[in-house]
Design a protein around this ligand. Structure first.
Ligand SMILES: Nc1ncnc2c1ncn2[C@@H]1O[C@H](COP(=O)(O)OP(=O)(O)O)[C@@H](O)[C@H]1O
Ligand SMILES: [Mg+2]
Length: 269
């Protein structure tokens, strides 16, 4: 029996519908595949970059190590020179410049060694408010040296909050954040330090009312050697990130140019 034209058209439209549905599904699958390919490419780029970074890191560590000895030689000979120059002698000015230069080189080399050294944490249960208070004493001295009018505000929990941390390492983190905050403030402003618990984490917040970070710089600030300062090393936040990572913690930043910057560190309690 022959099919009527109507029946044929019906069958055809069913087949067409199926075909359209399948081609839609195919298109979706293709898009998903494309996204995965992009992700794969990005991961590959990241792996390559981290290889380059780790090779660079090793080189930096070797160079820093090699520079250290001659540098301490220069430092001790300069201090001998200083002894033989009476105060008030114009030569003194030049020697003082050498001393200043050597000091800043020492700082860079020290930072590089900290950044590249394989470090094991010495974790201990620590009362965060007590720990932070000791660090803020250092920050106060730093503020006095700058002659800026910077106040420090504390927002600490009423009950002691303990976390398993390497206090010395994390002190370096806090100091780097505090010093960046002080440097970001031009003449007067406020630095707020907060400590609080959030689920299984302790949060440590360092906020300043300084000049803020341009949005296009935000992605670079934790990269070694990124700096916008004439005398900067660009290693402070790289060290911060490294130490927070060692604690299996997280760090986040919010910043508004002209208003200020807020860093939040989370470490497991
Ligand atoms: N609190 C802050 N306010 C404004 N900018 C900041 C702050 N902290 C970091 N930055 C920006 O991030 C850069 C990198 O900081 P860091 O790694 O500590 O290096 P450095 O302080 O030597 O420049 C700084 O040069 C600055 O541009
Ligand atoms: Mg810094």
């Amino acid at each position: 029996m022959q099919k009527s034209q109507e029946e044929l058209i019906n069958e055809l439209s069913v087949v067409m519908e199926r075909f359209t549905a399948q081609s839609d599904a195919l298109e979706l699958a293709y898009k998903a595949l494309e996204i995965q390919a992009q992700q794969l490419k990005k991961m590959q780029e990241e792996v390559n970059q981290s290889r380059v970074l780790s090779a660079l890191g090793e080189m930096a560590a070797t160079v820093a190590h090699e520079i250290r000895n001659p540098l301490s030689g220069i430092a001790s000979y300069t201090s001998l020179l200083v002894r033989n120059i009476p105060p008030g002698d114009p030569k003194r000015k030049y020697v003082d410049k050498i001393v200043g230069g050597v000091n800043s080189l020492n700082k860079i080399v020290g930072n590089l060694l900290v950044y590249t050294k394989k470090t094991n944490l010495q974790k201990q249960s620590t009362d965060l408010a007590v720990w932070a208070e000791a660090i803020l004493a250092h920050a106060e001295i730093e503020i006095e040296n700058t002659k800026k009018n910077v106040s420090i505000e504390r927002d600490f929990p009423e009950e002691p909050l303990n976390a398993e941390i390497d206090g010395d390492r994390l002190q370096q983190v806090m100091l780097n954040l505090l010093i960046n905050g002080i440097q970001a403030i031009e003449t007067e402003g406020k630095i707020s330090v907060g400590i609080r618990s959030n689920k299984n984490f302790a949060e440590i917040i360092v906020a300043d009312t300084g000049k803020g970070i341009e949005p296009e710089h935000l992605k670079d600030i934790f990269t070694p050697f990124f700096t916008t300062k004439e005398q900067g090393t660009g290693l402070g936040l790289a060290i911060v990130k490294k130490i927070v990572d060692l604690h299996e913690g997280e760090i986040s930043v919010e910043s508004t140019p002209g208003k200020g910057t807020k860093f939040c560190i989370r470490v497991p309690i």
